[in-house]
Design a protein around this ligand. Sequence first.
Ligand SMILES: N[C@@H](CCC(=O)N[C@@H](CS)C(=O)NCC(=O)O)C(=O)O
Length: 205
Amino acid sequence: MSTCLPVLYSFRRCPYAMRARLALYSAKVSHEHREVNLKNKPLEMLTISPKGTVPVMILENGDLLEESLDIMKWAFKVSSLSTEDILLIRENDTTFKQALDRYKYPGRYLEKIGINYQEECEYFLRKLENQLAPFLNGNMLTLVDLAIFPFIRQFSMVNPDWFETQPYPHIQVWLNFFITNQLFKDVMQKFLFWTPENKPELVLF
Ligand SMILES: N[C@@H](CCC(=O)N[C@@H](CS)C(=O)NCC(=O)O)C(=O)O
């Protein structure tokens, strides 16, 4: 079954998919949601996007967006970001994300001996803490907040009791703003894994 809406292949807990959904829901872009089982990816998705990561979005004209950031830019109709925003998101997606994965799942990766991955993550956290006022670009919530929030939320959830006692007051307020926001509740709604036989799950605005 197909619809004429853009189609999003997503996974609820993936921070990249989360940032794409945050953008789609904030910009009120109606779409069909296809929840992907990452352990058994649908052939339909792999055929159009063999790299096999989510999120992936197929637009009405058949164009394909295979990167979360491209989906965000498309949803907000922005063609470029400021150099500062690009650099911050890049740091989030590379050094911070690598340290976060190793902090979250000790033993899963070949960790370097003597590296404390919680401390590695905190370099980036301190940078955000100093920049937040109350959002990353001052008074206005922008794409860069939505792009980074899901990753910092993951960090805060590894050891929440410890995190609450840490000197990150701006980050705490910023995280709380998102977590208590209806937007976040909406993007975290649960869907069953997609199969072509099921009735399409439409997110309509
Ligand atoms: N650079 C990609 C990264 C997406 C990504 O790595 N997604 C993960 C899930 S969080 C994934 O699909 N991994 C493939 C897998 O687990 O098989 C983006 O920004 O969209």
